[in-house]
Design a protein around this ligand. Sequence first.
Ligand SMILES: Cc1cc2nc3c(=O)[nH]c(=O)nc-3n(C[C@H](O)[C@H](O)[C@H](O)COP(=O)(O)OP(=O)(O)OC[C@H]3O[C@@H](n4cnc5c(N)ncnc54)[C@H](O)[C@@H]3O)c2cc1C
Length: 377
Amino acid sequence: MLKAGVDVDVYEQAPELGEIGAGFQMSANGTRVLSYLGLGDAMKKIAWEPNGKEIRMWNSGQTWKLFDLGAESVERYGFPYLMFHRADLHGLLVDAVRAEKPDAIHLNASCTGCSQDDEMAILHIDGQEDATGDALIGADGAHSNIRQTLFGEEQKEFSGLIAWRGVIDANDLPDGLIRPVGTNWVGPGGHVVHYFVRDGALLNFIGIQETDTWFAESWTARGTTAECLADFEGWHDTIQIMIQNIGVPYKWALMKREPMERWTEGRITLLGDACHAMVPMLAQGAVMAIEDGMVLARCVEKFGDDIEAGLKRYEELRLERTARTIRGSNDNADRFHNSQLGDPQGAQNFVDTEWQPDKVRERYDWLFTYDATSVEI
Ligand SMILES: Cc1cc2nc3c(=O)[nH]c(=O)nc-3n(C[C@H](O)[C@H](O)[C@H](O)COP(=O)(O)OP(=O)(O)OC[C@H]3O[C@@H](n4cnc5c(N)ncnc54)[C@H](O)[C@@H]3O)c2cc1C
C-alpha cells in the first residue's frame, strides 16, 4: 500500500514488536508477492528452501514422495516454496514498512472498536485519541475486534484437533535423522509436519492430534513435553526424539469456521485471519493474508477517491478464493487423519489413491499459480 503511494498507519496492540517462536511455509503464490515488492533477495537470505515434500507413515516410517519443491517450484510456478521462522519474516516486513515510512507503526495501540461516517473511518484506541482516515483495514487476527464490531459474534466450532508447536535446535538432533525436505507424517487421528527454518539451524515441529479436551486458540498457551509425548505415544522413534528436544511445546486449539459471505462495510474492511481464519492443513493462512494485501493495494490504487468501491472490489475478488482455501484445508484435515492409515495395507491403498500425482496437482496447482500482482482488478 505504501509502495502504491497510499499513506498508511499501522496500530498494533503489542507494546513491542516480537514474534513467537514458530515457523511457517510460504508457497509460490506468497513468494511471488514478496518478490514483486522487491523483497525477493532479502526473503531468500532468511529462508530455508526444501528439496521436496514427503509423506511418512506414523508408525513404520515408510516414506512416499509427495512432490518436488526447490528448483521445481521455480520452474513450474516461477517462484520458490520457502520455510521461514516467523520472527525472521516479521522483522523483514517491519523493516520494509519502516523503509517507506519510518513512523508508520504505532505500538501499544489496542483497538476497542470502530465507526464511520460519510467522510471517514474512525478507529477507537484504548486510552488514546481516535485515529481517523479514508479507510480502515481490520487485520487484527482470528479474534478480530473490528470484525466483531461490524458483524457481531462469529460462528465457529472446535475442530476436535489441537496443534502442538515448537522449534528444535538442529544441533540437538542425531546427524541424518531429518532429511532436507518438508515432511508430513500421517496416522489415524493425528499428523506431524516438520521442516527446517533459519537456514537449517532450527527444525519447526507441528503435531496435530484429535482430542475432546478444549484449549485456547492462542499463540502463547504452553503445554509440557510429557503431555505432547503422551499424545504421540506409539508413533515412530523419530517423532519421540523430536518431541523430547522441543524447547517449549505450545498448544493451539484449531477452530473450524464457515467462510464469511461478506466482510466490508462502507469504508471498513477486513484482511487475513480476521475474515478467513482456517485450519493450517494447506499451510495457506498467512499466504492468503499476503495475497489479500496485494489485491487490496491494487484496488485502492485503481479506484482512487472512490474508496468504498475499491474495498468492495477487493472483497469481491477475494471471497471465493479464500472460501475455497478454507474448504480445502478442512478436507486435508480428514485426509491426513484418515482411519485407513491405521494398518499397512489400508495405508498403502489410501496413499496410492489420495497422493497420486494428478490428485496432488489438482489440490495445489490452483493455489500456487494464482498471481495477486496481476489478477484483473
Ligand atoms: C499451527 C499453525 C501453523 C500454521 N502454518 C502456516 C503455514 O505454514 N503457512 C501459512 O501461510 N499459514 C500458516 N498458519 C496460519 C497463519 O499463522 C495465520 O493465517 C496468520 O498468522 C494470519 O495473519 P494475520 O496477520 O491475519 O493475523 P495474526 O498473525 O493473528 O496477527 C494479528 C495482529 O493483530 C494484532 N491485534 C489483535 N487484536 C488487536 C487489537 N484489538 N488492537 C490492535 N492490534 C491487535 C495482534 O497483536 C497481531 O499482531 C498456521 C497457523 C497455525 C495455528
